[in-house]
Design a protein. Sequence first.
Length: 317
Amino acid sequence: MRCGKCGYINSNWEDFCSNCRANLNPSFPYLLKAEEFVYPEDKEALDNLRETEPLSSIINLVVDFIQQPMMRAKLLAGGTWVNQRNNPRVHDLAKACAKVLALNYLPEICILESPKMNAFTIGRRDKPIVVLFSALVEHSSDGELSAVIGHEMGHVKNEHQPYHTLAYLISRGITMLGSLSILTLPIDLLLRSWYRYSEITADRASLIVTGNPDLVGRVQVKLALGIRDLPEDSSIGEILEEQKKLEDTAVSQFAQLWRLHPFTAKRIQQIEEFANMKEYAKIAEKIQKSKLHHCKFCAARIPDDTLFCPECSRCQR
């Protein structure tokens, strides 16, 4: 199939181009827009950030000349870039998540050697990179790993990563204002507040990919507590009750202003609420309908046991 972006002819049927990673048919089997699941506060804050100049220009400069070169060097030195040959498990999970979320491009995936249970996304809007820590990959089931990858691709879908980059660098004092860094404090707090909203949007993407709010909540607990192996019979409810007691204190509420991630109990509450919203029901129905058998080439509905499509006559195998 010829890629509409770069013209490369893919020898086998693929969801994404083997050359430029573009989605070969972004509207098949359905069209999903970021606006369909974005957390309202995230959208409002991000729209305000995008309209703020010279912030947008600073972000592009920071990503292009500071973050991208530094991170690529680090990933090349201690990471493994995922493809079908060296890690078919992660590659196939990433493709499946990207297709569910109808991404325009399949992000690059890199596994970084680390004992930590973590993942993050970097890069510009058109060149995202999802970084998975090796301990997370090794100690996660396919469902758990799909929840994590779906979360990170939720950031990609909503074009969060450039602003995440700026928030991360400013939080560590790397600014373009030198000794006048005190002037960045309002921007720092603004970005931190939006960052927490963006995490809720990405959690919604995780739910869309997995269709299982309990699984997404379980993954959140594992990542928040740094637990590699959480026994199946563990009571997530009891863990969250203890977390909530800590999170509800006055000190914790003040400390939340300086965090880049919402408290775990709040995140899981937001996931459960979204799972019961009509917006999610519409998306879930769209995904369920897409599981019906379609022609790989013209998207016509065909019986499961049909070898040749009655519409375009092309072989399905």
